[in-house]
Design a protein around this ligand. Structure first.
Ligand code: GLN
Length: 542
């Protein structure tokens, strides 16, 4: 039967609950257990799909087409287990299920209430779709004490009571701030946070204490005593240089062994950390480094491009090099002189994005990469803008643009109104709701035998995750091809261009999908590995 591990957070947000959950998942997996990681998000949006990246960071898309929290990306990168729609449980989704049932009359005349109807619905979501799972790790978003989190905390409290303490473990992540004037790490915020948790009926079994320095024995004892947690289950979670060091660092502090002891698992299998050790070694001792310029709109908040940044690091791992990321706001390229900022980079990447702001700047970055033979990687919007750049500057289609930016004379990028999804045809119009209506999730693409990408993937049929509303307008295919743009991948029905590349350039590839979502440190995505390889070659030239 599945065992449940609930991970809550206190003191402040952004302590890395997602990473801690992902790391514990990896540690249990290294001992041969099967894991599933899930996120409960107490906000009222049905999913983060309609939220600005500035509010919420990246929207992570699953194979089955759900738009989810970026923590699901950490889970997948650390465990390799593909996240599913059922792994993302928001208050918005729960309430919409409950209200739909109420309208249908399913509650048979009863008064519908947070307890038991909302909490029951949360419990149902937590326990559904978990076949063949030894451990379900469930992270609760926000911090203890948030009003909107209360139904979630109540639901997990009930699960602890109903399933028994040997089936459920409560992990609480806190912060020990260092106060320079006192020269001490302070335990009081942790004590208060645990008090808050206990006031709603949850006694944590294990505390994970974030700290920027060693935690003195006296402090650890104090936390154990005042928080009612055994001393060896007050686990120091010290800062590390790379997120990929987190699993082993937690293991060294006894995290996984204490988790297994809680569940009374007597003789656990020995962990196999070989792939993690290899990753850490490469990160700590790279043989060189490359500079990659990422020209985007949300460069002020790196969480907006979380998977992308990680996939570039993975591309570095595949080539034994470190990757320096230079985040460049596309707006600056609206003035000509700023383009020189790109002189020092060995590869230029224009990531996915929405809306017109910054588009002209990004197009200037494409021109720079194309004319200077600098490796160029365009992802989703970055591919669409590369197509517009060729249309305008080589094919001579002066007013080429995307209808996403307003009505235009030559829509080389247009609204996607119909596509094949399995045996179903999806249809859209410009009047549809914005939430959940894009072309989302995994779709196959067939690669052209003479393409560069087929050599990179070493496969003819690929599957990648999508999140877009616009597409390359096939009516311009001939003009674009004559201008040197090669269509190297299509949807299996041959209707939707999925990949473009330039044959007159060392490395110029644009993809309509998001390959960054599937890259793993122990299995770098082939396109990122190849792009960084090209950047390494470029660095030798300059
Ligand atoms: N805005 C573009 C579209 O909807 C690109 C989307 C993206 O980059 N994810 O097609």
């Amino acid at each position: 039967m599945t065992k449940y591990i609930f991970i809550t957070g206190g003191v402040v947000s952004s302590l890395g609950k997602g990473l801690s959950s992902a790391a514990l998942g990896a540690l249990l997996q290294a001992r041969g257990y099967s894991v599933r990681l899930r996120k409960l998000d107490p906000y009222l949006n049905v999913d983060p799909g309609t939220m600005s990246p500035y509010q919420h960071g990246e929207v992570y898309v699953t194979d089955d087409g759900a738009e989810t929290d970026l923590d699901l990306g950490h889970y997948e990168r650390f465990t390799g287990v593909s996240a599913r729609r059922t792994d993302s449980i928001t208050a918005g989704r729960i309430y919409s299920t409950v209200i739909t049932k109420e309208r249908r009359g399913d509650y048979l005349g009863g008064t519908v209430q947070v307890i038991p109807h909302v909490t029951d619905s949360i419990k149902e979501a937590i326990t559904s779709d978990l076949e063949n799972t030894d451990f379900a790790l469930i992270e609760i978003g926000g911090t203890v004490g948030d009003i909107e989190g209360l139904p979630f905390f109540e639901a997990i409290r009930q699960m602890g009571y109903e399933l028994g303490r040997d089936k459920v473990l409560f992990v609480h992540l806190t912060l020990l701030p260092y106060i320079p004037a006192a020269g001490e790490l302070k335990t009081k915020p942790t004590q208060h946070s645990v008090k808050e948790l206990r006031s709603i009926g949850i006694q944590p079994d294990l505390l994970l204490c974030r700290s920027d320095r060693e935690i003195p024995e006296g402090e650890r004892k104090k936390i154990a005593q005042f928080c009612n947690v055994p001393h060896e289950r007050v686990i120091p979670a010290l800062d590390v240089d790379s997120i990929y060091e987190v699993p082993i660092s937690y293991h060294d502090q006894g995290f996984d062994i204490e988790v297994l002891k809680h569940f009374k698992i007597k003789s656990p299998k020995n962990p196999d950390f070989s792939s993690w050790n290899k990753i850490i070694k490469t990160i700590q001792h790279p043989e060189g480094e490359v500079n990659i310029g990422i020209v985007g709109k949300y460069t002020g908040l790196q969480d907006a491009y979380k998977s992308l940044a990680e996939a570039l690091v993975h591309g570095g791992l595949a080539n034994n090099v470190g990757v320096n990321l230079q985040w460049i706001n596309a707006d600056i390229f609206e003035t000509d002189s700023a383009i020189q900022t790109l002189e020092s980079v060995h590869g230029i990447l224009v990531p996915g994005g929405f809306g017109e702001r910054g588009a002209e700047g990004k197009i200037s970055a494409v021109t720079f990469a194309r004319t200077r033979n600098i490796p160029y990687f365009g992802i989703c919007l970055g591919m669409q803008l590369a197509v517009i750049e060729t249309a305008r500057n080589i094919a001579g289609i002066e007013h080429a643009s995307s209808t996403e930016f307003g009505p235009c004379e030559s829509p080389v990028i247009g609204l996607l109104t119909e596509w094949q999804s399995g045996d179903k045809v999806e249809q859209r119009s410009s009047k549809d709701d914005l939430g959940g209506t894009m072309r989302l999730g995994a779709y196959d693409a067939v690669l052209n035998p003479n393409s560069k990408v087929i050599n990179i993937y070493k496969e003819k049929l690929i599957s990648e995750r999508h999140r877009h509303r616009y597409e390359v307008n096939i009516n311009f295919k001939r003009d674009l091809m004559e201008a040197g743009l090669y269509f190297s991948g299509f949807s299996p029905d041959g209707e939707l261009p999925e990949i473009i590349e330039r044959t007159d350039h060392p490395w110029f590839i644009g993809v309509q999908f998001h390959p960054e979502l599937k890259s793993k440190p122990f299995d770098p995505h082939p396109l990122f590995a190849s792009f960084i390889r090209a950047a390494v070659d470029q660095s030798r030239l300059v």
